[in-house]
Design a binder for this molecule. Structure first.
Ligand code: ZN
Length: 350
């Protein structure tokens, strides 16, 4: 129930970052710290190479050497000041026995090797690798291991191979951008992450409709896919070129996610598919994993938050989901092969 995962994943990705005002950035001490840092390039005795005027002015011996990696990661003066002031305020608040609060819509994470949310990056990569294995083993099963149609018709028996391949590629794309976005939250990486997540939700919805309704005729598949593609494309264009409306995007993501969730649930309830237990497992476990997003908590040790755990949770679900897809491929192929052999036998007996 990668599907589910994906759904959930995407749904959650849609919630992930809201660059709205948060308690942390409304704190006057934090605001003063950032304003002062942007003027001087320093927080207390620590000055930043990204604030060129501080270096040029030689106001501190503690200025860091300009690091190409930081430049590449777009750690500019403002973002560096915000990060350092956040750390300063959080250490002061901790001494006063206060709990962590959010800044600019995010928990106060500790950077590791320049990565903003290191655990979310690691688990995004784990999801990426799991999808990569799932997709390649699926393609191997479909095109190498399982028997092909007899000459003339060509290709595998399984009718949904192309759809699952597109789904796998969309998943890989989505997890790449998830890792990049969690490594460094900028306008570009955020939009790429959101866009790829919505795209994946659209692909997942198309796959869920076509598979659960057993739409095997290509023309019918296209008729189902076209309106979904049109809607998702329009939504992506709206977000990127008109209004990046987080609230509206969330509603779209939740709607797309719930629709496919319900389709799979209803199908799992009626079908006699031999692997429907895997399907149900992913749907239900995926739904439970949403609790991690609902009960959002501040990062443990400054880097492990509920969202990162949710990404960790989807790794085994992704594994089971691809297992279900491969079971479905084998199951449908054996069904179609038996049917083909049954129709061949009477011809031979004649
Ligand atoms: Zn994420």
């Amino acid at each position: 129930m990668e599907e589910r995962c994906l759904l959930l994943i995407v749904i959650f990705s849609c919630f992930v970052v809201f660059c709205q005002s948060s308690p942390g950035d409304r704190d006057p001490l934090y605001r003063n710290c950032v304003q002062n840092c942007e003027k001087t390039g320093c927080v207390n005795d620590w000055c930043f190479s990204s604030c060129n005027f501080a270096i040029n002015g030689g106001s501190s011996e503690l200025s860091k050497a300009k690091c190409p990696y930081d430049v590449w990661m777009e750690w500019d003066c403002t973002s560096e000041c915000r990060y350092q002031c956040m750390n300063l305020r959080e250490s002061e608040r901790q001494k006063d026995g206060q709990h962590p609060i959010k800044y600019h819509g995010k928990w106060p994470f500790k950077r590791v090797l320049g990565l903003q949310e290191p655990f979310s990056v690691v688990f995004s990569v784990a999801n990426l690798v799991t999808h990569l294995y799932g997709l390649t083993s699926f393609l191997n099963l479909l095109h190498v291991a399982l028997p092909k149609r007899p000459q003339g018709k060509r290709g595998p028996y399984y009718e949904y191979g192309f759809l699952w391949t597109v789904f796998g590629l969309a998943s890989l794309n989505s997890w790449v951008w998830s890792a990049v976005f969690h490594a460094r939250d900028t306008v570009v990486t955020e939009r790429a992450d959101y866009t790829s997540a919505v795209g994946l939700l659209g692909v997942s919805l198309i796959v869920s409709i076509i598979r659960t309704c057993s739409l095997r005729i290509e023309a019918t598949q296209v008729m189902v896919a076209a309106p979904v593609i049109a809607f998702v494309s329009t939504h992506i264009l709206y977000l990127n070129f008109y209004d990046f409306d987080y609230g509206w995007n969330m509603k779209v993501c939740v709607t797309l996610g719930i629709l496919q969730l319900l389709l799979w649930l209803v199908w799992a309830g009626f079908t006699h598919h031999p692997s429907r237990s895997k399907l149900l497992f992913v749907v239900l476990a995926g739904a439970m994993s949403m609790l991690l997003e609902i009960f959002d908590f501040s990062p443990l040790w400054g880097c492990l938050d509920a969202h990162a755990l949710w990404h960790a949770f989807t790794v085994p679900l992704t594994w089971v989901w691809w297992s279900f897809i491969k079971d479905d491929t084998s199951f449908r192929t054996s069904q179609l092969l038996n049917r083909a052999q049954q129709t061949e036998e009477p011809k031979k007996s004649k």
